[in-house]
Design a protein around this ligand. Structure first.
Ligand code: PGA
Length: 253
């Protein structure tokens, strides 16, 4: 096993205005100040990024964005590039979240281009993968994960992917209250790690962090985090309230 620092990441989705985000970030900064042995990230909406960056300065919380465009600049109305995110204070960027795949036409190919853009700008990509309920029921979980990994990481070598984080998020568990069992999570994570070893190499597979996402909450975080291949959590609903999110970052006790 590699020496992987757990990452607890909050995806705030399209919640909170800039002012509300700052208020939550300030509270979280106080509550999480003593959290040890864990890395913390929050991803507010684009318009809140710069304000939240200022609010969490000199804290143990890193800033992430929820999406980016793959070009560095250009005539792409409504889009935001990796250098812009870096300038706003981001260290991480979530890529290929299932809501983006489902509602905004994100594909494995756009995910691949976005990972390239993030890496080039020095941002750490959090690449999301996961099967739908229909795919799981049809016994296609592993082939879906396989395709998402293969295509999303096509053309990359170990050197490019040093800062990559994977997030396994079964689509049927997102925002539904239905969490994967710890055994289901472990099975998928171990599979993903084996595939990464085959596609990239063993060293990479040992050091890459694989987060679990989908209805993570204070009542299930501990058992999920106890699984050998679960290296953190990508949290939606339970990250919005700083008190609840603080319980997650303190999952170790
Ligand atoms: P959830 O969302 O924790 O609300 O299920 C997870 C996610 O979408 O990353």
């Amino acid at each position: 096993m590699g020496n992987r620092l757990p990452l607890i990441a909050g995806n705030w989705k399209m919640y909170k205005t800039g002012d509300e985000a700052v208020q939550s970030a300030r509270r979280l900064k106080e509550l999480a100040a003593d959290a040890a042995g864990v890395e913390i990230m929050i991803a507010p909406t684009f318009t809140a990024l710069a304000q939240v960056a200022a609010a969490i300065q000199s804290s143990n919380i890193a800033l992430g964005a929820q999406n980016l465009h793959w070009e560095t600049q250009g005539a792409f109305t409504g889009e935001i590039s990796a250098p812009m995110l870096v300038n706003a204070g981001c260290r991480y960027v979530i890529i290929g979240h299932s809501e983006r795949r489902q509602y905004f036409g994100e594909t494995d190919q756009s995910v691949q281009r976005k990972i390239r853009a993030a890496v080039n700008a020095g941002l750490r990509p959090v690449m999301c993968i996961g099967e739908t309920e229909t795919e799981r029921e049809a016994g296609k979980t592993f082939s879906v994960l396989d395709k998402q990994i293969q295509k999303g990481l096509e053309g990359f070598v170990f050197q490019d992917l040093k800062s990559l984080v994977l997030a396994y998020e079964p689509v049927w568990a997102i925002g539904t209250g239905k969490t994967a069992t710890k055994e289901q999570a472990q099975e998928a994570h171990a599979y993903i790690r084996r595939q990464l070893a085959a596609i990239v190499d063993d060293g990479f597979a040992r050091q890459v962090r694989i987060l679990y996402g989908g209805s993570v909450k204070p009542s299930n975080v501990k058992e999920l985090m106890a699984m050998p291949d679960v290296d953190g959590a990508l949290v939606g609903g339970a990250s919005l309230d700083p008190e609840t999110f603080s319980q997650l970052v303190h999952y170790q006790g």
